[in-house]
Design a protein around this ligand. Structure first.
Ligand code: ADP
Ligand code: GN1
Ligand code: MG
Length: 373
């Protein structure tokens, strides 16, 4: 049996543990996430009526405690459901909905100690791997800003830290240095220029964490993984409908959400583009997201937070770059890879973007000032 068929067999077995409607018709791998194994399961629920679900095997190599992780996801989605209902929205489409197991649990553990969960599949949506127009990105910004605003009063102390120090850039830098010293995959000699690039920017790593520690930036409930493909867009209206991938919702800085979106969405090329000539920061897209995010946050951000947007963008891009390069040095143990040097290609695009942001710094600052009025 091929690995893919075997994992689909595991998924077909796991879905039986959940309170789904109808009889299973088809199950197949789905989406482009780097972390979980995602499947689309289609059920025949009545004559001519299909019901679809997203099934995920949680990556418990990365998320060590699936129980606490699912407590966060259930807590946040139920809270959002209440807010969306109060706003007159449709909570079955505008937030994720956890489908319980037959025993009423939010996840299912199989005999091999894999942890599975199921969400309602949000029908009639598109997931974009690349920004197609500034309008899309404006909408994406509004969605992530709105997400943060909706969770502004969420009892943050109830959230578990699913990955410690997730966006603590100095701590990520230490991890990178350790990976470099250990050089487990014996690859360090192949990537000297990239290593130099990473090491030479150590001085920037603590800018945001120091301001947080001094109380100059507020701790908020943030998403922390604001890639464009973590938003579902409504096929009919083109509007950003639902923010997904809630595994890393934790207390954090607004700048993490702003910055991570820019890193992925305001690049002129894909995260793993091999031709670095195609990678730049697109200022038009930077501006569109800035406007959308400010609108979504609804005036809740402090001036200090807004002024630091360019720094958020640069640090999140740099941080992701050192995570990819660190994983390359460790032998590709964290991010899913689909080809040789995949993590290295990813690290290179991030560093190319950082360098371009440094060149375009004054323009980024002016754009933010223009919309901050
Ligand atoms: P990962 O953590 O691996 O990135 P995600 O939770 O982001 O996993 O899911 C991977 C992909 O599956 C998404 O990018 C999206 O295309 C799709 N997806 C996830 N949840 C849903 C859902 N409830 N409805 C429709 N599509 C979904
Ligand atoms: C991972 O799960 P996914 O693919 O949305 C990663 C993010 C990285 C991103 C880089 C839990 O996101 O932190 O920025 O890849 N998620 C986790 O593409 O580590
Ligand atoms: Mg994702």
């Amino acid at each position: 049996m091929t690995a893919e068929k075997q994992s689909c067999a595991g998924a077909a077995e796991a879905i039986k543990g959940f309170a789904t409607e109808g009889s299973l018709r088809d199950i197949r791998p789905y989406g482009n996430g780097h972390i979980n194994d995602t499947y689309l399961a289609s059920f025949q629920a009545g004559r001519g009526c299909d019901k679809r679900y997203i099934l995920q095997r949680m990556n418990h190599n990365i998320f060590k405690n699936p129980t606490l992780l699912m407590e966060n996801v259930v807590g946040v989605t139920e809270y959002l459901r209440g807010i969306i209902l109060a706003q007159g929205g449709d909570p079955d489409r505008e937030t994720l909905n956890v489908v319980r197991t037959l025993e009423g649990s939010s996840y299912y553990e199989d005999e091999e100690h894999n942890f599975w969960r199921v969400f309602l599949f949000v029908e009639g949506t598109l997931c974009l791997e690349k920004v197609e127009s500034p309008g899309d990105f404006y909408n994406g910004g509004a969605a992530f800003g709105n997400f943060q605003r909706m969770l502004a009063e969420y009892p943050a102390r109830e959230l578990h830290e699913t990955i410690l120090n997730f966006h603590n850039t100095p701590s990520r830098f230490q991890d990178f240095r350790r990976a470099l010293e250990e050089n487990r995959a014996g690859r360090a000699a192949l990537v000297r220029p990239e290593i130099e690039f990473a090491l030479s920017r150590e001085g920037d790593t603590a800018v945001l964490t120091e301001l947080l520690n001094k109380g100059e930036l507020p701790l908020r409930v943030t998403h922390n993984d604001t890639k464009l493909n973590n938003i579902l867009f409504d096929q009919a209206t083109g509007r950003a409908l639902c923010v997904i991938d809630l595994d890393t919702v934790m207390p954090g800085l607004s700048l993490y959400d702003f910055g991570d979106s820019i890193r992925f969405g305001a690049s002129t090329g894909a995260e793993d583009e091999r031709d670095l000539g195609r990678i730049e920061l697109d200022l038009e897209l930077f501006e569109a997201f800035t406007e959308g995010f400010l609108k979504g946050c609804g005036g809740k951000l402090t001036s200090r937070e807004v002024e630091l947007f360019p720094m958020g963008a640069k640090l999140m891009t740099y941080e992701c770059g050192i995570r990819f390069l660190g994983d390359f040095l460790e032998g590709d143990v964290y991010f899913k890879v689909h080809r040789e040097n995949h993590n290295l290609d990813r690290a290179r695009t991030q560093f190319k973007l950082v360098a371009d942001m440094e060149k375009k710094w004054d323009q980024m600052v002016s754009i933010v000032e223009k919309h901050h009025a």
